[in-house]
Write a protein that binds this ligand. Structure first.
Ligand code: HMG
Length: 392
């Protein structure tokens, strides 16, 4: 029996900045951001969106009545959750009217959370093939204004439905993973911005990739020729290029050209959104599937997941017959094309309005946010969510 990803939904808010504008404001050469880092645009997250609303906006578009009947596992991967106790999965379950007879919980390991969720969902569906699981990767990537990490910010949510006989891609082979106690990136409880040892984090990422890649190929008796494309966790596009370059010499010249071409398709969405943290790898997978016209049923895609701190995992999936979905392509292209460009000053204002880690009662300016789900207010330390479906 095949088990894998049946549907993928994506949401990111409607505001963005051009990284060229950001470079000029920060006295940097725009080519450093465009070529050196590889980012063109960056999503800007208003305080009316958080991981719960972004996950609801990503899931809402893909969940059918049949999915609602069958989903009894909701796993929410995030490192920017909204409560130290209650999981974002419970809020999401309510907003989407999912069944109460479900397991709903949140997991955290930096950008690795969604992969942990996906692997747990895989095991669950193998044992319960008539059920479905909803796996979320949602985050807001914040480093702070005028920091080296600023150009690698972003945010949004990925929602994946895992099922038997999936439409998009099925698991193939046995994963390899590696973890170690490493201080490359972390966010203390008092802070809404991450702390990072940026250059060190790049090196650890590549080391973990090389290790899990070699182990995977040895364990599953595969070589680089067996992959039609490799997709990476993309904190910024150049990071994936560094990963790809680390193994390209194992391939023939023709294979190198084709893997580089496919990588270019896999970066299209990410270079326009920025880092999603735990959803980034799956945004890249979606970008590859939607943008490439070379892929076909049965092709093997290698996926490298990395979460600072640090956890790495390499696994592969095979494309299923209906992996391309015209509606998904249309929705994604519209979402990216129809956003509102902000000046650097407007972005800084929105950035500074992000809700602090302290007790405040606040009514938010949700009328400017035209998303289906949004955060309306905070009263008595409780988040009040709403949706346009109710406000109409
Ligand atoms: P930096 O120090 O400002 O940049 O920050 P740099 O000086 O290293 O330059 C970057 C690249 O631009 C270099 O290329 C330069 O040569 C090039 P590279 O050597 O890397 O190939 N460059 C130019 N290119 C063209 N024209 C020019 C030009 N000038 C320079 N004029 C850094 C870069 C990534 C360190 C910083 O942005 C940062 O700290 N980012 C956040 C950390 C990060 O994303 N790390 C990635 C690995 S860790 C990870 O993936 C996990 C994470 O997602 C979190 C989680 O797991 O939760 C972050």
């Amino acid at each position: 029996m095949k088990v894998g990803i049946d549907k993928i939904g994506f949401y990111s808010p409607k505001f963005y900045i051009d990284t060229s504008d950001l470079a000029i404001a920060r006295n940097e050469d725009p080519n450093k951001y465009l070529i050196g880092i590889g980012q063109k645009k960056q999503a800007v997250i208003p305080n009316t969106q958080d991981v719960v609303t972004m996950a609801a906006n990503a899931s809402y578009k893909i969940i059918s009545h049949d999915d609602i009947d069958k989903i009894d596992l909701i796993i929410f991967g995030t490192e920017t959750g909204v409560d130290n106790s209650k999981s974002a999965a419970i809020y999401l379950q309510n907003l989407l009217s999912l069944k109460s007879s479900a397991r709903a919980f949140e997991i955290k390991q930096a950008c690795y959370g969604a992969t942990a969720g996906l692997q747990m969902a895989k095991e669950y569906i193998i044992n319960h093939p008539d059920k479905k699981a909803l796996v979320i990767g949602a985050d807001v990537a914040r480093y702070g204004i005028n920091t080296p990490g600023e150009v690698t910010q972003g945010g949004g949510a990925i929602a994946m439905i895992v099922s038997s006989n999936p439409s998009i891609a099925s698991f193939d082979g046995d994963s390899t993973f590696h973890s170690d106690d490493i201080m490359d990136f972390w966010r203390p409880l008092y802070s809404t911005e991450a702390l990072v040892d940026g250059h060190y984090s790049n090196n650890v990422y590549v080391d973990f990739f090389k290790k899990t890649w070699k182990e995977y190929n040895d364990k599953n008796q595969l070589s680089i020729d067996d992959y039609s494309a490799l997709v990476f966790h993309l904190p910024y596009v150049k990071m994936g290029i560094k990963g790809l370059r680390a193994v390209l010499s194992e391939a023939t010249e023709d294979k190198q050209i084709s893997l580089k071409n496919e990588f270019n398709f896999s970066k299209t969405y990410n270079e326009n959104i920025g880092n999603l943290y735990t959803g980034s790898l799956y945004l890249s997978l979606l970008s590859l599937i939607n943008e490439s016209s070379n892929l076909k049923y049965g092709d093997r895609i290698g996926l490298f997941s990395y979460g600072s701190g640090a956890q790495g995992e390499f696994f592969s999936m095979k494309l299923e017959k209906s992996f391309k979905n015209a509606k998904s392509i249309n929705d994604l292209n519209n979402l990216i094309a129809n956003r509102e460009k902000l000046s650097v000053e407007e972005y800084e204002n929105i950035f500074n309005q992000w809700l602090p880690i302290k007790n405040i009662d606040i009514d938010l300016n949700w009328q400017r946010d035209d998303s289906t789900f949004f955060l309306k207010s905070i009263k008595n330390s409780q988040r009040i969510y709403s949706s346009r479906l109710e406000e109409k």
